[in-house]
Design a protein around this ligand. Sequence first.
Ligand SMILES: C[S@@+](CC[C@H](N)C(=O)[O-])C[C@H]1O[C@@H](n2cnc3c(N)ncnc32)[C@H](O)[C@@H]1O
Length: 216
Amino acid sequence: MAPDKFLGQTKYTMSARVYDAISAEWPVYRAGRIAAVEMLRIQPGMKVLDIGCGTGLNLPLVTRKIGPHGVYVGLDRSPEMLEQAQRKASRQELSNVSLLEADAMEVTSDELTHAIDGAAFDAVIATYALSLMREPRAGFEVAVAASRSGARIAVADMQLPNGLARVFAPLARLACYLGGADITARPWTLVEERCVDVEAASLRGGHIQVRAGRVD
Ligand SMILES: C[S@@+](CC[C@H](N)C(=O)[O-])C[C@H]1O[C@@H](n2cnc3c(N)ncnc32)[C@H](O)[C@@H]1O
């Protein structure tokens, strides 16, 4: 099946329970989420939106920084993935976590900000999620619309590795294919287009690209 046909069809239902174990988190992808979280410069009390939050692997990194007075809102279209995220929140007895089941390409900014009593988000993160969307721009723009002026947005996503790491290209292709991601999507370019003061990181042989910037 061609990747573009596969795109968006991975529902993350059966795989939700084992996602954290099989997603090559520690050897490969954790580096990108840590860089993305750091580039957001999250302060205590901030309201942070996680687009395509999945099982909530960003959740502990973000909630540690926002503290008890901040709010973490995770949005995902897969109830099974959200169930795993809820487990993480419950295990840590976090009461400042709100999880929304919705399609990022269809949700409105009002629906997003409803979760924070109509306020605007201070920061947005999207890790390995926009490349699964048929219209990543729609998912990105609704997050921008739900954010305050000056909010920071970080995107970490995947492309083929470069340089000597090109030997790992078949593995990278396979990982993206199995995950339903379009390895050619380059959703971090949305940050470059839409934000100012953009910071960049290229990790794991260029396979992981991270961009973060400020909404003007
Ligand atoms: C590869 S997982 C990444 C999850 C998480 N962000 C992480 O870093 O581990 C991609 C997630 O994006 C979600 N997703 C894909 N398309 C979506 C859409 N249109 N709206 C909301 N969530 C979506 C999937 O359900 C899945 O949980």
